[in-house]
Design a protein around this ligand. Structure first.
Ligand code: ASN
Ligand code: ZN
Length: 319
């Protein structure tokens, strides 16, 4: 991976160059494709009809702080995927990013519905408006990326991996924007329980802290709730990603494998490449271990591959 400079009929150009995994051939990507950012934000006005009334589109302004946040954070998300992975919007080819804010009344959730993002305003107790939390926006838009890539089925282990990819990219985008801090590993801390300081919806460095998530594969949830535990078992992969980034041991097992720290940039490249090149729609945690190891082999070297294996071993996923 690198940059080549050359000249064509339009003047001097710089392209990002990647080695294609399968063929080994160098593939160039025009930086120009990174300028296809196109956003539209709608207002459901406390109803549930989608998309609602147009509130702001690309290049425009709005006085609504929630619509503005949906607009700004979807732009930051677009820029993150373009800068880190050369990706042009969620479909890889410049799709318009549609978001609806003020969905329903006291609605404590946000979602990607297969075509657009939808944000509730929360109830003021469990949550404030979801669009004003950057983690939420990156999480939901990453569901769109996943839909166009691995298409991970939203149940059981593949669903937990789908959920984890959304949390992982939220952390990576947070780090890209703000540098790595303790808050990088908290999810939706900005909108979650506005009356409670320093808590979060999920904790990547210590997933069980939310009272719901699991963090160790042999203990994984196998019941039917939550589509087979998609927001419960996601903690297993979230913790693997945290350990791969920051290093260390399993937070509840001081005799676990020690994972070397690769930093969030390398860990993010490895997980993104696994998502886009190797995971298939029914992937399991073991498949994720193999996919990330394969990605690390291509992107880096033996030390990074060993770190990937150590991270999955620490969370109990067998090789
Ligand atoms: N906020 C949730 C999520 O994106 C909505 C859902 O359960 N699909 O995971
Ligand atoms: Zn999700």
């Amino acid at each position: 991976q690198g940059v080549i400079a050359y000249e064509d009929e339009e003047g001097p150009q710089r392209d990002l160059v990647f080695a294609d995994a399968a063929s080994g051939e160098l593939v160039a990507r025009h930086p120009q494709i990174h300028h296809a950012r196109n956003r539209k934000v709608y207002d459901a006005k406390s109803g549930t009809k989608l998309p609602g009334a147009l509130a702001v589109s690309e290049g425009g302004t709005t006085n609504d702080p929630v619509a503005k946040a949906a607009y700004d954070f979807s732009g930051i998300t677009y820029d993150f995927f373009a800068a880190k992975f050369g990706r042009d919007s969620f479909n890889g080819s410049g799709a318009t990013i549609h978001s609806t804010v003020h969905y329903s009344k006291n609605y404590v959730n946000a979602f990607w519905n297969g075509q657009q993002m939808v944000y509730g305003d929360g109830d003021g107790y469990y949550a404030s408006p979801f669009a004003q939390d950057m983690d939420v926006v990156v999480h939901e838009l990453t569901h769109a990326v996943t839909q166009y890539e691995a298409s991970l089925v939203y149940q059981n282990q593949s669903g937990a991996l789908n959920e984890a990819m959304s949390d992982i990219m939220a952390a990576a985008a947070d780090a890209h924007q703000n540098g790595v801090t303790a808050k990088t590993w908290l999810l939706a801390e900005t909108c979650w329980t506005p009356g409670v300081a320093n808590d979060a919806m999920r904790y990547m460095a210590n997933p069980t802290k939310d009272g719901q998530s699991y963090d160790y594969y042999p203990e994984r949830y196998t019941g039917k709730a939550d589509n087979g535990g998609v927001h419960i078992n996601s903690g297993i992969a979230n913790l693997a990603f945290y350990l791969l980034s920051q290093g260390g041991k399993h937070p509840r097992n001081k005799t676990s494998t020690q994972v070397p720290a690769l930093g969030i940039d390398k860990a993010g490249q490895i997980f993104y490449r696994a998502l886009t090149n190797y995971l298939n729609s029914n992937a399991t945690f073991q498949d994720a271990r193999n996919a990330t190891a394969q990605a690390a082999t291509e992107l880096y070297g033996a030390d990074e591959v060993a770190a990937v294996h150590a991270a999955w071993t620490a969370v109990g996923v067998p090789g």
